[in-house]
Design a protein around this ligand. Sequence first.
Ligand SMILES: [Zn+2]
Length: 452
Amino acid sequence: MSFLGAAGTVTGSRFLAQAGGRSVLVDCGLFQGYKQLRARNRQPLPFTPADLDAVLLTHAHIDHSGYLPVLVRDGFDGPVFATAATRALCSHLLPDSGFIQEKDAEFANRHGFARHRPAKPLYTRADAERSLKRFRDAPFMRDFEPVDGMTARYSRAGHILGAASIRLEIGGTRVLFSGDLGHHGNPTVPPPDPPPDCDVLVVESTYGNRTRNDEDPENELVDVVRDTVGRGGTLVVPAFAVGRTQLLLYYLEKLTREQRIPPVPVFLDSPLAINATEVFLDHPNDHRLTIAQARDVCGLPRFVRDVEASKALDADPMPKIIIAGSGMATGGRVLHHLKTYAPDRRNTVLFTGYQAGGTRGSKMLAGVESIKIHGQYWDVRAQVRNLDMLSAHADRDELLDWMSAMARPPKQVYVVHGEAEAADALRHAIQERLGWPARVPEHGEQVALQRR
Ligand SMILES: [Zn+2]
């Protein structure tokens, strides 16, 4: 097995498992965040895409799925297995990602700050659409053979709609990939299933060094909305289109209905988040809301699909809540709103979860006085807060609880999908509290899978 991404970092999840002349890739994610990480998206893979037999996706987030269009464009023509909800979400996320790559390249060329001239998109919307044809549905809680001689089983990971952990039986070894794990307190998606037995565990560690802030997200949200509206300001929420946006809408609808926050207009200014919200409505078996609840939640915001209507939001001085992508302010329409709203101290920029190092989100939370957007610096005088209890990730204790529900200890644990400190803290906790051998693999490292 080779760790081709998410080793010592949170993005670019890609794990290559090989046995008996067969090879599968578990997750095919994009690297995000620091420039040197993003540069890895341009480096050639250490295998020939055409030689790969299958891809298995844990969930739809771009850091787990966003490299598929490159893989398919460069010759991969096998199946991509994913749950029905993941497939539906990817049908919006991947073309959107291709579109963003095209726009970014175009923008860099137009404004002359491309390092490579002309800047070329990593992939296009058309590449992404072609990759969607490779998708096949993977069932939950039923063994199936993605490739002859290998068995896979998807269980719920409780992270976002359709998210799974995957147990792969390959060459006589059972490897369990946790995927991104959610937690029991998420009112919108069902909690993670207990983990099945395995020989080797590959576990995420995004919050491996943190315990969830026990503050009630509802109280925090009430404070932020009331404070901001009380100052006559606008609340700009850079939100992840899939998962976080629907969770946020759930809380905003509830708090508005209970009259705990003033009834200011809520705008969902992201065609991608609007589509993801509609996918949510289409998959009632994958979320926790009743059909009526789901309809109320999705009916709260005004949908802003059109670019002109999005720009008009910046000309309107009335207090309001704008939810726009991207969640770490690395791109998307939220950048335009930040230019308008970040320089004014009446406003609040409310992040809603993990901010990878190197992103605008992490810089703003660290308290920078200005932020670079589209080649220009903009003052940050607005309040900047993080409602990170909305995170869709389990914290250290929840990760340990999940692991300790395993009937028998695995022979080896690999801790992935965490910044160096978080991964190392979880590794340490696994060794101390569970007594299991655990290691943080190096980027690109290859390990032999122990046989049972
Ligand atoms: Zn995720």
